[in-house]
Design a protein around this ligand. Structure first.
Ligand SMILES: Cc1ncc(COP(=O)(O)O)c(C=O)c1O
Length: 325
């Protein structure tokens, strides 16, 4: 098996990110509940994509790219972080985003600060976005540029290596701290974080259950299995992801990027009890899903639990929380 160190990686994140016990949440549920602060990866407002971009942008550099293109929704954390990281490495970024809708502010402001070339495609379908990206890339090539394409969420096997690395980091921190987690919970949006964590858990945290909370209704079990096969091939490893490794639950509310009462309550609970910000699109809903599972007895028999905070705070400045009851 290839070690992670065998892959070109440009350090962008401040690692390791902290793990510590959530006191008020642990008290509320009578459990030991910990958080891993991947919202503190150190670029922009932090978040999971920085770990993926360390591998993806190293590949872009190795291929001589001078422009990075990626796609997302109008408030994409991934697109914003791509612009931030590409800029730091001296590359331009073009963000091709699904239609603007009513959304302004939030990550769109950060996209401007990071000097991204933001283009909107009036569609709900990523195939249309990718067609436009192909057109832009052909144009760039004809002008002598070398474009590098990153699909939505950076969820390709190379990007997922960032979360294989995160699983290894968690294993090291567990050893240092003298703790062991029975379950690890994370938000799932395009599947790469979950696939990387789950595959990495097989390698470095045997016996742990990796639970993904889907915040839209994509077929994440299939997506994760396919990505895990890709990771295995890339790492030339013997271990394969199996269906029984996959534990996907959903917490969608009224729809992707639409705030739910439970997600908004989770945002407020974590802010007021722990001082930590999660967002109404990804991490707030994932946390709401985690709380619901705790209440339903899903983790019965488990010992300590870990929630991976994957970032996203920018959306707090673009998506209004629902009023409190
Ligand atoms: C803040 C945040 N958390 C979690 C996710 C989910 O990660 P992934 O796309 O790798 O499933 C995303 C992006 O989709 C995100 O922006």
């Amino acid at each position: 098996m290839k070690q992670l160190e065998a892959f070109p990686r440009i350090p962008l994140a401040i690692l390791p990110t902290p793990i510590y016990r959530l006191e008020s949440i642990s008290r509320r549920y009578g459990r030991n509940i910990y958080i891993k602060r991947d919202d503190m990866t150190g670029i922009a407002l932090g978040g999971n994509k920085v770990r993926k971009l360390e591998f993806l942008l190293a590949d872009a550099k190795a291929k001589g790219a001078d422009v990075v293109l990626t796609a997302g929704g109008p408030q994409s954390n991934h697109a914003m972080l791509t612009a931030a990281c590409a800029g730091k490495l001296g590359m331009k970024s073009i963000l091709v985003l699904k239609k603007r809708g009513e959304l302004a502010g939030g990550n769109l402001i950060l996209d401007q600060i990071y000097h991204a070339d933001v283009r909107f495609v009036d569609t709900d379908i990523y195939d249309d976005v990718y067609t436009e990206m192909e057109r832009i890339m052909a144009e760039l090539r004809s002008e002598g540029h070398v474009p590098y394409f990153i699909p939505v969420g950076g969820s390709v096997p190379l990007g997922c290596l960032g979360y294989v690395g995160c699983a290894r980091e968690i294993a090291e921190q567990c050893q240092e701290m003298g703790i062991r987690f029975d379950s690890i919970v994370s938000a799932t949006g395009s599947g790469g974080t979950y696939a990387g964590l789950t595959y990495g858990a097989k390698l470095f945290l045997p016996g742990i259950r990796s639970v993904g909370i889907g915040i839209c209704d994509d077929p994440f079990a299939d997506i994760a299995l396919e990505l895990m096969d890709g990771i295995r091939d890339l790492m030339d490893a013997e271990v394969s992801g199996e269906r029984e490794d996959i534990h996907i639950e959903f917490e969608i509310g009224p729809g992707y990027a639409k705030p739910s009462p439970e997600g908004c309550a989770a945002v407020r609970r974590l802010a007021r009890g722990e001082g930590i910000l999660v967002d109404p699109v990804y991490t707030g809903k994932a946390l709401a899903g985690f709380f619901r599972l705790l209440e339903e007895g899903y983790f019965e028999g488990d010992g300590d639990l870990l929630f991976v905070h994957t970032g996203g705070a920018g959306a707090l400045f673009a998506v209004d929380l629902l009023p409190e009851d």
